[in-house]
Design a protein around this ligand. Structure first.
Ligand SMILES: Cc1cc2nc3c(=O)[nH]c(=O)nc-3n(C[C@H](O)[C@H](O)[C@H](O)COP(=O)(O)OP(=O)(O)OC[C@H]3O[C@@H](n4cnc5c(N)ncnc54)[C@H](O)[C@@H]3O)c2cc1C
Length: 111
């Protein structure tokens, strides 16, 4: 009989990161995932500065990773009539010190 401190249900990005960070802190973690393989399609390309800080805790520095790059600009989503639907300010650094906008490449990021 194995005993664990934490059971994580689901091995998506949140479950993976949670298991990794808990394991790094010495907790015994078991993960239950209903599918035998990770979902094959990439589902994220951008992370904000708070995610960058979490990645740093896991040993992935956004400023040295070959698959993560800063995106220092405004982003505007428009409809077919060129009316602005959404404006995002992804310029500069966040309170954590990491860029507000970070783009990354999958599937490399999940290996
Ligand atoms: C097209 C698209 C683009 C996106 N772009 C971005 C982006 O640029 N930036 C960003 O931050 N986010 C983006 N997202 C959102 C991001 O993909 C999700 O927020 C993220 O996948 C959520 O992770 P999760 O681990 O919480 O859930 P999921 O990725 O849904 O993983 C949950 C896991 O739990 C498993 N599971 C579920 N129920 C059970 C059960 N009962 N027992 C065992 N296992 C179970 C599932 O099989 C799955 O593997 C995007 C999403 C889509 C669809």
């Amino acid at each position: 009989m194995n005993h664990f401190d934490v059971a994580v249900v689901g091995y998506g990005p949140i479950g993976q990161m949670l298991a990794l960070l808990l394991g790094a802190r010495g907790h015994r973690v078991v993960v239950a995932e209903k599918f035998p393989e990770p979902y094959a399609m990439p589902r994220a390309v951008h992370a904000d500065h708070e995610v960058a800080r979490i990645l740093q805790q896991a040993g992935v520095r956004p400023d040295t990773s070959p698959i993560i790059g800063p995106f220092d600009s405004m982003v505007e989503f428009r409809n077919a009539a060129r009316e602005t639907l959404l404006e995002l300010d992804w310029r500069g650094l966040g309170p954590s010190g990491w860029p507000v906008g970070n783009f990354f490449s999958q599937p490399e990021g999940t290996r």
